[in-house]
Design a protein around this ligand. Structure first.
Ligand code: SAH
Ligand code: SF4
Ligand code: F3S
Length: 469
């Protein structure tokens, strides 16, 4: 576990929080003999995980100690996700379960933040029906956590701050890398794409890119601390750089990150096919640290569904990208996100999705049944497809993918790959190679967090190999 403090690059409003950090630290020290504990629970995507790392960084600066359990905690925070109904359901229940801790310890501060509360109707429900929640804050004000805690400790009963200013980024917020030898670096925030099913643009606000110097500074800090895998984050990394006062785009940024000294692998998420350029693929080919894997969500194989999703590409243009990528990097693997049962998806539409899955041969898929998100255009589209039909399609998709994934894995037998070793159990080391594939081989525990060259001997659910060095 490494603690990384980002340096202040572009100022932008964090300085005033330093005062609150000091004040909170003083109050906490004066109130309690032992170190106060904070428990942060995170739902949703890597963006949220990264936000939580910054919130944890702030909590540590204020003098809290991090804890995995709510029992005994003095501060409990839920960082929420709104992307599908299921994500929200879990939060209602889990925040509700905190009532008992609050009853036992009235000084406990309970906070809820993130994408779900950024929607006013949800924030209102917390305000009305969850009186034991003290602090509610949205996706663009997390850096003000010290101020919120200070105000609560100073007697303000409840704090609710949901400002979406959309202009600029607050740099200099400390972050705590709890990912061990893996690190996240956000390169942009928000999304301007407004895919018709998606809540993200409404809860995360407009697209804003970080200056390349801020990104590189974080990458350097992580690399210097020994991190072996760096994931560049954004809802649409391919449109990185828009609105910045420098000659930059994602392809160029990737080259800059690649030239940071250190033995680490670069991953990035997420690429939108509509902005996936040959320039980026050239960059991936030329950057030796970039993994040979591209996560390129296509959502549906049907052009008419894609049009109604507002995705701005077609099955054929998607296949062109795959071909262009394979031309440059023949061993490239692909993963994708798919939504099954978009409103009025016909049987023919769904067949097109299966066709695309077969044509590309993805190593893995993240598959979702469409979930209606209030306030998005798709929420008002008529939908004659029944839940049962959607369920049947979902199962068919999974079965098709299972076959395809096996083929991809079988194609790896005999190759030598570079595995980042993640776990050790009973004489076996488990990790991921440069294609994002899971590999297992017999080895020692001290390989964890290091790279190992492994020759692949067989392919089952995962790849099995032998270490060569
Ligand atoms: N920015 C990323 C996706 C972020 S959300 C991109 O454009 O690829 C992650 C995934 O959740 C999406 O790719 C989509 O497959 C799924 N998703 C988003 N909204 C959804 C909804 N309303 N119902 C079901 N799945 C959804
Ligand atoms: Fe949502 Fe589309 Fe933006 Fe991805 S690109 S976050 S799916 S609106
Ligand atoms: Fe969820 Fe927000 Fe990420 S809605 S998927 S946590 S951007």
């Amino acid at each position: 576990m490494k603690r990384v403090t980002a340096s202040v690059i572009s100022g932008g409003g964090f300085d005033e929080q330093q005062v609150y950090i000091k004040r909170v630290a003083e109050i906490l020290k004066s109130r309690k003999a032992e170190v106060p504990k904070a428990c942060v629970t995170t739902y949703g995507c890597q963006q949220n995980v990264s936000d939580s790392q910054h919130l944890k960084g702030l909590l540590l600066e204020m003098g809290y100690e991090l804890s995995d359990k709510p029992e005994g905690a003095d501060f409990i925070l839920f960082n929420t996700c709104a992307v599908r109904e299921h994500a929200e359901d879990r939060v209602w229940g889990n925040v509700g379960a905190m009532k008992k801790y609050k009853e036992k310890k009235p000084s406990l501060i309970l906070a809820v933040c993130g994408c779900m509360v950024q929607q006013k109707k949800n924030a209102d429900t917390f305000l009305k029906s969850y009186p034991y929640v003290d602090i509610i804050f949205g996706t663009q004000v997390g850096h003000r956590l010290p101020e919120f805690i200070y105000r609560r400790l100073s007697g303000e009963r409840r704090i609710c701050e949901l400002t979406l200013k959309n202009d600029g980024i607050t740099e200099g917020v400390p972050f705590y890398n709890d990912g061990g030898f893996k690190g996240f670096v956000p390169i942009m925030y928000g999304c301007d794409n407004f895919c018709s099913y998606c809540i993200v643009p409404y809860v995360r606000g407009r697209e804003r890119s970080r200056k390349s110097a801020a990104v590189i500074s974080d990458v350097k800090k992580l690399a210097d601390s020994g991190v072996k895998e760096i994931m560049l984050l954004g809802q649409n990394v391919n449109s990185y750089g828009k609105g910045l006062d420098e000659d930059i785009n994602f392809a160029k940024l990737l080259r800059m990150v690649n030239s940071v000294p250190g033995d680490f692998r670069i991953r990035f998420m997420t690429s939108n096919p509509k902005d996936c350029t040959d320039e980026l693929l050239d960059s991936m080919r030329d950057c030796e640290k970039a993994e040979h894997h591209l996560h390129l969500p296509f959502q549906s194989g049907s052009d008419s569904v894609l049009k109604r999703m507002n995705r701005k590409y077609t099955m054929s243009s998607y296949l062109d990208i795959i071909a262009a990528a394979r031309e440059r990097i023949p061993d490239m693997t692909f993963t994708s996100d798919i939504i099954v049962g978009f409103p009025d998806e016909s049987e023919e539409d769904f067949e097109k999705t299966l066709e695309l899955v077969r044509k590309v041969g993805f190593s893995a898929l993240f598959t979702f049944i469409y979930s209606k998100r209030e306030g998005t255009p798709a929420a008002t589209m008529p939908d004659a497809v029944t839940r049962e039909q959607k369920g049947v399609r979902f199962d068919r998709l999974l079965r098709t993918q299972e076959e395809m994934a096996k083929k991809v894995l079988r194609g790896m037998v005999g190759r030598t790959v570079r595995v980042l070793c993640e776990e050790y159990s009973n004489g076996f080391v488990f990790g991921k190679d440069e294609h994002g594939l899971n590999v297992k081989f017999s080895g020692k525990e001290d390989l964890t967090g290091n790279f190992a060259d492994v020759i692949i001997k067989s392919a089952g659910d995962i790849l099995t190999g032998e270490m060569i060095k």
